[in-house]
Design a protein around this ligand. Structure first.
Ligand code: UD1
Length: 362
């Protein structure tokens, strides 16, 4: 069986790496080979190449180099380039991960060429169609053939949308495979010594969602409230996504208490997360990683497609309710935050389960 694995943007790389390592370990036994397609949705070294090096992902068989654009431009460019590639490189199954534009674009192309599609991280839903990712999830799951899921909630969402039971495989959280494999290799970023950071004495911030960062007044207000809420003896460290950088540059405000740094690679970012007092974020993946590491997580979104990080884990939704934000920070600082647990099957063995199932597909 010849698989085609798709990766395009930063959060895809930690999901595809464990699949590749499992094929490298068991592929011969199972009769499975793969080709790796990088769509080029992310192209900066710190959003792409660094992850390949740190997570030991081989150089892709092709980089489609699509780059940035509007939602339609980017999706269309990926579709045109991937169709050309796959017509000349036949495959038995296309595997997509997560919810980025590359996920949806390659699924549509494959299905229209009658190539089966498997979706890893299928079935999760925020029910918020203002987010491009929710549309990507819904479209991908409406046409895929095989659904690898992280939770019973995801399974139920799929059932409700008419997916047959025998197409759904509850395998756990693939991103946690990367975390478990690399936890002993997390490394101090330069900012640690430069700013004299200490374990448990800083909050980590990441914000890059259009609804938080694309409007300068909203974003300014958010940063001011973040600073106001954190006691002065604690630092605030903010690795800035390129999308957010443009806003900070145009904000013309001095947020003296925030240490802004360039985006970090996986191992350095995870070091900062693991040692933080808490994390303030709008990322999907960080809600899960903080749950696994028992780090308090305040999510600046109105909803989440990962509800188990709230019901089982350390996450709470804040949205733009800065009263709730302040109360939450106080609880964390006073040591009264919920302890949280780890959802079932978030155990580092998800890739193993996926490849075993794939080897049994007819
Ligand atoms: C994308 C994903 C989002 C994911 C995020 C993680 C979609 C719809 N969104 O959002 O789900 O959480 O990645 O980072 O797929 N840019 C660079 N260098 C790069 C890539 C982007 O400077 O390597 C800048 C460009 O100005 C670009 C902007 O960032 O226009 C946004 O990039 P894009 O890929 O459109 O979406 P993200 O916001 O990164």
């Amino acid at each position: 069986m010849n698989l085609t694995l798709i990766a395009g943007a930063r959060p895809n790389f930690m999901k595809i790496a464990p699949i590749i390592h499992e094929i490298e370990a068991k592929g011969a036994e199972y009769g499975i080979k793969y080709q790796l397609v990088h769509t080029g949705q992310h192209y900066d070294k710190m959003l792409s190449d660094t992850f390949f090096e740190e997570l030991n992902i081989p150089v892709p068989d092709i980089n489609l180099n699509v780059g940035s654009g509007t939602q339609a431009e980017q999706t269309a460019n990926i579709m045109v380039a991937f169709e050309k590639y796959i017509l000349n490189h036949p495959t038995d199954l296309v595997i997509v991960v997560g919810d980025v534009n590359s996920t949806m674009a390659c699924s549509i192309v494959a299905k229209k060429l009658q190539i089966p599609v498997a979706h890893i991280e299928a079935g999760i839903r925020s029910f918020d169609l203002t987010m491009p990712e929710e549309i990507n999830r819904m479209v991908t799951d409406s046409i895929a053939d095989f659904f690898f899921t992280t939770s019973d909630i995801a399974n139920n969402n799929l059932r409700k949308s008419g997916i047959n039971e025998d197409q759904i495989f509850l395998v756990g959280n693939i991103m946690i495979d990367s975390l478990v494999r690399n936890i002993d290799k997390f490394k101090k970023p330069p900012v640690w010594d430069e700013k004299n950071l200490k374990s448990d004495e800083y909050f980590l911030v990441t914000l890059h969602r259009p609804s938080n960062v694309d409007d300068v007044a909203t974003f300014n207000d958010m940063l001011q409230n973040i600073v106001k809420g954190v006691p002065e003896h604690l630092k605030i460290v903010f690795p800035v996504h390129p999308r957010t950088r443009k806003m900070i540059d145009s904000a013309h405000q001095d947020f003296a208490n925030i240490v802004f740094i360039e985006p970090l690679g996986y191992l350095e970012f995870m070091y900062l997360l693991k040692n933080a007092k808490g994390v303030i974020t709008d990322s999907g993946g960080i809600q899960e990683e903080s749950t696994f590491l028992s780090i308090p997580c305040l999510t600046f979104r109105e909803n989440t497609e990962r509800p188990e990080t709230i019901t089982i884990g350390t996450n709470e939704l804040i949205g733009k309710d800065y009263g709730k934000y302040q109360e939450s920070i106080d609880k964390i600082v006073d040591g009264n935050w919920k302890k949280g647990g780890i959802p079932p099957l978030w155990d580092g063995k998800t890739a193993e389960r996926i490849i075993k199932f794939v080897s049994e597909f007819k």
